[in-house]
Design a protein around this ligand. Structure first.
Ligand code: ROI
Length: 159
């Protein structure tokens, strides 16, 4: 079994419900258990500002799948929830990113793990540090240390 972390994000079509529905779908993935889900965090978009605020969360899972199998499951769930292929940095109904997969470092065409921009994104680091305070991101550092560098004043925890 491998501990992995999934980043969830949405900014259109009832984002809170998109995230909650995605968690349910992740709970249904074969050979996979959801161990913990963070609070929901609201933030302004990174990238083009002429789009809605985002809702983000992180889920901690335990899985017997291989990274590319897990990626396929993530893409299936995105598609089930009506994701239209994104314009780069544009609005999205649901974005599911494999943030970390055990201690693995993967750099290939389909998958970069840890997620490339993880250290620059408070909406990923804050929920990660919330559910796993000692989370160590391979090659990057402790989630909470990285978060302390960039700050989290741009985030609002919502219920
Ligand atoms: N901005 C925020 N705040 N949250 C996201 O999940 C997010 N996802 C993206 C881009 C467009 C880069 N901006 C984002 O893909």
């Amino acid at each position: 079994m491998t501990i992995a972390f999934i980043g969830l994000g949405s900014n259109i079509k009832l984002p809170k419900q998109q995230i909650k529905s995605a968690i349910k779908s992740i709970e249904g993935i074969a050979l996979t258990q959801v161990l913990k889900v963070s609070s929901l965090y609201k933030s302004k978009p990174i990238g083009p500002q002429n789009q809605n605020d985002y809702i983000n969360a992180v889920a901690k899972i335990d899985t017997d799948l291989m990274p590319l199998e897990l990626l396929e499951c993530m893409q299936d769930i995105e598609n089930q929830q009506g994701r239209i292929r994104k314009e780069h940095w544009g609005p999205r109904t649901l974005d599911l990113d494999i943030l970390m997969f055990g201690e693995e470092i993967i750099k290939d065409d389909k998958l970069t793990i840890p997620h490339a921009e993880i250290e620059n994104r408070s909406f990923v680091l804050a929920p990660l540090a919330e559910i796993d305070p000692n989370c160590l991101i391979p090659d990057k550092g402790m989630a909470r240390d990285l978060l302390a560098i960039i700050g989290q004043e741009d985030l609002e925890i919502i219920r």
